[in-house]
Ligand binder design. Sequence first.
Ligand code: SF4
Length: 241
Amino acid sequence: MTTTSIIPSIHLTSVYNLLIDTYGEMHNDPDYDPLGGLVGTILSQHTSDINSDRAYHQIIKTFPTWEEVRDVPTHLVAEAIRSGGLANIKAQRIQDVLNTLTTQQKESGGNKPLTEYLYDEIEKRTPEEAWRYLRTLPGVGPKTAACVMLFDMNRSIMPVDTHVHRVSKRLGLIGPKVNAEQAHTVFAKIAPPDWVYGLHVGLIRHGRQICHAQRPKCGECPLYAQCAYVGSVNPQETGIS
Ligand code: SF4
């Protein structure tokens, strides 16, 4: 596994410190189970955490291994995850991922449990390569792949959701024309790996509590002096476009 050393800009350092001062220290708690994380992330799409957690617990209670989930008729998987919503689509998506991993492993002559296979495939790549690899799996987009990388594997890829994207642009951490998908790559270049989790959680909290999409509360914002949106910093100097 390759580790990268990144020296953060003064601007990013100020933003990071202010986020930590405002929202507290953040600690990641990875379980190093990327396949469970991937299934959990698929289940979490378009539903609440409570519903997707319930669906996840039900699928692992019903089927003791991911190989069983792969092999049973799709409607039985859908039944097990019914509480997570969009059950038929998600059941098919989960089985597609499991079948793709099975085919990949067969082609490379391996015979490990799928959980172990996916873990090894991620571990042997750099974070950015592993993020790109995950995205080759059916139905796995940039944010889902980044969630697995960061939350399950503790590898420094920033999941960019709507809050992270909006707040990063306003602060000038990324350029005004950088879209959410490109932002994943930008953060991999500008943020020290140890900061990625704290930045992710801090930017989401800031987006939810103060820097709203409509009518951000700039008057009470602790990051005002670091914000390109209100003109405190120049996005041309701070943002990577
Ligand atoms: S000053 Fe306003 S736009 Fe800038 S980060 Fe704070 S709330 Fe968001």
